[in-house]
Design a protein around this ligand. Structure first.
Ligand SMILES: O=C(O)CCC(=O)C(=O)O
Length: 292
């Protein structure tokens, strides 16, 4: 479990620079197993590069990753990433999107963007989504480390599409995770090496927001029932503050066969009022007994 001081350090860097890096966050054997799983899934499912310039025609992105292999479940559940994400957002956060980013040799740099720039919010704004880029390969200038504009999450605009800006490469060794505020200007770098650059993007948003990927429809129920409870909640089988996301006054986690989920806010208010009334009645009885 990450110590509070360490969480605070990451929060301060996120506020100031818009990004922070967790070093040695993934053990080398876990990194190797995840790369093997990505290669196997790509082969077994005959998956190929993306079909748009933005996604990269020499970049393999596997969306809806949780449906492919339990090996991928651990990624959104990374304890240290969640500790920081919950501090930036809150513990009722959701998984917004989760995909692989395997940038092939020769892939040109991706246009700079901010992940939530299409949302009609005045900028700068509070953090609404926190992205975690998992480096499964060494992220160097040559292999196509993500390019970023430090501090750009505090600007009042998003970048113009396709324009060149001064950027820095978010270099980090394999096993590191870069967390960044979704308002930060960034994009995959060009891969000028002869190796594939393996990574994940795993983004978390507030529980009151619409997720980027529709995980409740995208993940078949028979797969979702096998997830650990926390992963089910992250995927949207949960309610925010006992209000947003309910189904007929019930927590959607119950649709996955879980025991009673969270109480809805209305029921909780009644329970609170009943508790207060019985406490007051108890006091009255106690006071009456004292005075007799
Ligand atoms: O691959 C990367 O380094 C970043 C990818 C990215 O920002 C995106 O696809 O939105």
């Amino acid at each position: 479990m990450m110590k509070k001081d360490a969480v605070d350090g990451h929060l301060a860097r996120l506020r100031e620079d818009g990004f922070t890096v967790l070093r040695d966050a993934v053990a080398p054997d876990a990194v190797a197993a995840l790369i093997d799983a990505l290669d196997r899934i790509q082969r077994d499912h005959g998956l190929g590069p993306a079909r748009t310039g933005f996604e990269g025609r020499n970049t393999v992105r596997i969306n809806n990753l949780l449906t492919y292999d339990p090996a991928f479940w651990q990624v959104p559940l990374h304890a240290d990433v969640l500790a920081v994400a919950e501090a930036v957002l809150d513990p009722e956060l959701l998984l917004s999107s989760y995909c692989s980013l395997v940038v092939g040799p020769g892939q040109a740099a991706q246009p700079l963007h901010a992940d939530t720039q299409l949302l009609p919010l005045p900028r700068p704004h509070m953090p609404i989504t926190l992205n975690a880029i998992w480096a499964l390969s060494d992220f160097t200038e040559e292999t196509g480390a993500t390019r970023i504009v430090p501090g750009s999450h505090r600007l009042d605009r998003a970048p113009d599409y396709g324009r060149d800006y001064d950027t820095v490469a978010a270099t980090m060794p394999a096993g590191s995770i870069m967390l960044f505020d979704s308002a930060l200007w960034h994009g995959a770098g060009s891969n000028n090496s002869d190796r594939r650059r393996y990574a994940f993007s795993c983004a978390y948003c507030w529980g009151w927001m619409r997720q980027q990927e529709n995980l409740q429809l995208g993940i078949p129920r028979e797969v979702a029932v096998t997830f650990p409870r926390r992963l089910q909640e992250l995927c949207g089988y949960s309610v925010y503050k006992g209000q947003f996301g309910h189904i007929d006054n019930h927590d959607p986690i119950e649709l996955l066969g879980r025991e009673r989920g969270k109480r809805m806010v209305w029921e909780a208010s009644d329970a609170k009022a009943a508790h207060a009334a019985s406490a007051a009645a108890g006091d009255e009885a106690g006071n009456t007994a004292l005075h007799n």
